[in-house]
Design a protein. Structure first.
Lengths: 414, 291
């Protein structure tokens, strides 16, 4: 028995030594991303597998969570014993992460070809306090998707040129009985509601904050909110919108039950996918949301995301290598059927924009005009306050004025 | 085997006490410590003591008080409905009906369904575009248009209550049924021979017999219902307009979304205190039963 114990111990020691030696060779990274339609978990895992094949000394463990859990999980892991090395970061979180020192300053490490080649709009949201704290992964905004067949049936041959014209078109569609609810938006108590509201704010040329960062939405946001309320009350917006997130909106639009919807780029292909939609490719129109007459021509609000190296990563060099790979032009071009690349040159590449010229055109325009939601360290909390109060106004529990005053009062106390 | 002999093996409890101390005791102590500080989720600056400030703020916080109200309303209607439905079903299943044994077996199914699955299932049932509930009510003529059950301030909480009642009434039913099974039939027969009708039999013999079981089930369900988190988080995330934001969801948001572990802990302690009061009631009921 004694001999067996000694032999067993020796074997175990040998195994541990071999494993420790082998571990020295391989760097293990952890990445947290988002479970989404595009890039999907499968897409990112394929990209990661290719990266690992090209870098045998780096092993990347990927993890995906829904958008709603991404920030909390990233922050909780950052303070734990097993933090992530790289993380997907929404543009509204960069200010908070940077202020808390969670993401590494990579200003001097970003290759010059990235600085020169990536769209200007991308660098805007990953640069905080003059320092680059992430690489743009995909640029996105809420586009206005419209059902061309419905518009044609009502006698409209061109897309709306202004916010007012868009609403009038919806009214005509309803009056002619072509569709019961012309508009469907994601207005559940979630960030999606703020995205929709911010688009209307943008379209009407309004800001959430003044130049000094003071909240002024109680004044500037009143008209856009009243417009949404009146559209709901008039039956132009699907009343179920107050329960919908983006995927619900996509399904309603894809079922042919709405003429207009605001949604992200990923909807473009899915809305004409025969397995997911009753619409055909030539029935799906996409454009940048039109601005209010006399205010601006187009309005877009950024919903972009970037990749960052966490500041407590044990392997920052390898992590940067990994996110550089994910954001590289070659890879983004290869997956351009899912997300439009962040590289300027890609938009002039016929192979990439072929068959999706209208989306490429809309994207190019959107990225040149889009603004960001308020960039404040406590954005998440401010957004939660706005969501609840805006919903109260939409549901008729409060007037728009009371709702926004209450929101600003609470946000000023943060 | 006498008590002294058993006492020799008391040390066998040490691992359990240690594990409970680590898993339950330490986090609880840490939460109490945090509740008197301004601790943040990420400790960028060391937490400072703020005394009772977090507790004082809790009772001035409209959001927290409203979330307690939501928890209270949820618990009241959920427990009332579950006890009423559960007891009725138990009485029915105690009768010698055909196929009753199969139905008794099926009774466990809703309770066995994980809460998250139950919540997802009811979200589909309530879907305002293709949900089964809308379809049924529309076909029967009860509604003229499909309704957004979870998107309306008037119906969201009620819709979640129904989903929770469907899942948990069977626990009450099983508890009461077990009690009914131990009721000697001779008592009922003797009462009937003495001229008692069915109502008299129920109120003078059956109900007093099953009352302790109903009390235990009620208190257990009140405690669970007040803590409600998962079903609401999946179905509405506290919306619309915070109409379904329970105390637990508020605490989660305060601690993890707003990163304020200190005040989040204070709110949690207040919730624990409320639940503790209910546990004391529960223990009193159990003690009374034992006496």
């Amino acid at each position: 028995m004694k001999k067996f114990v000694v032999l067993f111990s020796l074997i175990m020691c040998l195994l541990i030594a071999v494993t420790a030696f082998a571990d020295d060779e391989v760097v293990e990274l952890r990445f947290i991303g988002m479970a989404q339609a595009a890039y999907s978990e499968e897409n990112v895992n394929d990209m990661t597998a290719d990266f690992m094949a090209a870098h045998p000394n780096i092993k990347v463990e990927t993890e995906f969570v829904p958008y709603e859990d991404l920030r909390n999980k990233t922050m909780l892991a950052y303070g734990s014993n097993s933090p992530y090395d790289a993380a997907l970061v929404d543009d509204i979180w960069f200010a908070e992460y940077a202020s808390k020192g969670m993401i590494a300053d990579i200003t001097d490490k970003v290759p010059q070809e990235y600085k020169d080649g990536v769209l200007e709009g991308g660098w805007n949201f990953v640069t905080k306090g003059g320092k680059i704290v992430g690489l743009p992964w995909f640029l996105d905004t809420m586009y206005l998707f419209y059902n061309k067949a419905m518009l044609n049936e009502a006698g409209f041959t061109k897309e709306p040129k202004s916010l007012e014209e868009m609403i009038d078109m919806g009214r005509t569609l309803k009056e002619k009985g072509i569709v019961e609810y012309p508009f469907v938006f994601s207005m559940a108590q979630a960030e999606a509601l703020i995205c929709v509201y911010a688009n209307f704010m943008e379209a009407m040329g309004r800001d959430f904050q003044d130049a000094d960062g003071n909240w002024i939405v109680q004044d500037t946001g009143l008209e856009p909110l009243n417009l949404l309320i009146s559209m709901l009350n008039e039956g132009l917006i699907n009343p179920n919108s107050t329960e919908y997130l983006e995927e619900d909106v996509r399904m309603v639009f894809s079922a042919g039950d709405a003429a207009f919807c605001l949604n992200w780029m990923y909807v473009y292909d899915l809305a004409s996918d025969p397995e997911q939609s009753v619409l055909t490719k030539d029935q799906v129109g996409v454009m940048v949301m039109p601005g209010a007459e006399g205010v601006k021509e187009h309005a877009a609000m950024s919903g972009s995301m970037g990749l960052s190296v966490m500041s407590n990563s044990a392997h920052p060099e390898e992590t940067l290598l990994y996110i550089e790979y994910l954001t590289s032009k070659e890879l983004q071009d290869a997956y351009s059927n899912l997300q439009m690349p962040v590289w300027t040159a890609s938009y002039d590449d016929p192979a990439i924009i072929e068959g999706r010229e209208d989306l490429a055109e809309a994207a190019k325009l959107a990225f040149s005009v889009m603004n960001a939601r308020p960039s404040v360290p406590n954005y998440q909390e401010a957004s939660a306050i706005l969501q609840a109060d805006i919903q109260s106004a939409l549901l008729g529990d409060m007037t728009a004025e009371d709702a926004l005053n209450d929101a600003v009062e609470q946000m000023n106390n943060l | 085997m006498n008590r002294k002999h058993i006492g020799n093996y008391d040390y066998l409890l040490i691992p359990m006490i240690l594990i409970m101390g680590i898993v339950i005791g330490w986090p609880l102590i840490q939460t109490v410590i945090y509740s008197f500080t301004d601790a943040q989720l990420l400790e960028i600056q060391p937490a400072q003591s703020v005394g009772l400030q977090n507790f004082a703020k809790a009772f001035q916080n409209k959001g927290f008080l409203n979330s307690l109200r939501v928890s209270g309303v949820f618990a009241f209607f959920v427990v009332f409905s579950e006890v009423l439905l559960g007891t009725s079903v138990a009485l029915l299943l105690n009768e010698p009906l055909k196929g009753v044994k199969i139905v008794r077996g099926l009774l466990i199914l809703p309770w066995a369904v994980p809460t998250i699955v139950n919540a997802m299932m009811w979200r589909l049932i309530y879907n305002p575009e293709y949900g089964a509930l809308n379809s049924l009510l529309y076909q029967w003529g009860f509604i003229e248009k499909y309704v957004s059950w979870l998107g309306s301030a008037n119906t969201a909480l009620g819709s979640i209550i129904i989903a929770d009642v469907w899942k948990n009434f069977s626990l009450v039913a099983m508890t009461v049924l077990a009690s009914l099974q131990s009721l000697p039939e001779q008592q009922i027969e003797a009462a009937k021979i003495d001229g008692a009708n069915s109502w008299q039999c129920f109120f003078t013999i059956t109900l007093p017999h099953i009352l302790p079981a109903i009390e235990v089930a009620t208190v257990m369900r009140i405690i669970e219902a007040i803590k409600v988190f998962d079903i609401i988080q999946v179905m509405t995330k506290g919306g619309p307009a915070n109409k379904t934001r329970s105390g637990s969801i508020f605490i989660y948001q305060e601690a993890f979304t707003n990163s304020r572990i200190g005040s989040g802990s204070a709110y949690a302690i207040i919730m624990v205190a409320l639940i503790s009061i209910l546990i004391i009631i529960y223990l009193k009921i159990v003690n009374r039963k034992e006496r």
